[in-house]
Design a protein around this ligand. Sequence first.
Ligand code: ADP
Ligand code: MG
Length: 244
Amino acid sequence: MQEEAIQGEKIKIVSEMAASVAHEIRNPLTAVRGFIQLMAIPHLDQTKIQFYQQISLEELDRAQLIISDYLAIAKPEPEKDELINLKDEVQYVSQVLLTIANYHDVKMEVSLPDEQICIQGDRNKLRQSLINLGKNAIEAMPKNGGVLEIILTEQANKRIITMRDNGIGMTKEQISRLGTPYFSTKQKGTGLGTMVSFSLIRAMKGKIHITSEKGKGTEFEISFPAVRGDCYDSDVRNTTKSLL
Ligand code: ADP
Ligand code: MG
């Protein structure tokens, strides 16, 4: 019975999202359709053609962004519940984020414990959710002096990933809107990233705690229940082992 309720709730969330994403994608598509029609007008000015083309490309890029943010949650792949080596994953995510940070001229500081740490969940979903949150942190920071800190720690019964930035920060109102669809303060934002991240983290029994101060920065504390098990099972580690 409880299984059924969870399944029902999931279907409800996914179908609500599908409806709103369909709506969001229809807008750029309609715009592009209109511009293609306009471009068919005979003897059209070259500058006009270029303008229509540029807007069409921007609108298509936007549709693509919405799809990739959304796909992370709607992907019909079977839900995995595997043992995840959190240290390997945080390292992997940090590497991905470093390329984005370099692009934005932002520094990164990563701190990992000596011992192995495990949680239970879906590795790809964990990666996706941390990358979304890390990207936001990077995008919130100034080019010069921005530092993204990623810290992995453990407590008796939970494993904690802290992502801290010294960026623009958020007001109380903004924090309360985080995770709701289409809340974005960015010119080219989709407002789907945190919603996807939050759903993925919660699906893995994770909890999110946000502290933010306008003009100072933001901290996301993501904690997962501790599990006992052999962390050396992770693929990354196996690959490293076979290379040695
Ligand atoms: P997007 O990044 O496309 O705007 P998100 O759902 O990822 O959509 O984020 C929603 C909004 O939350 C952002 O536009 C921004 O205003 C705010 N936000 C998220 N993370 C941070 C952060 N680390 N610092 C400041 N604001 C943030
Ligand atoms: Mg984002």
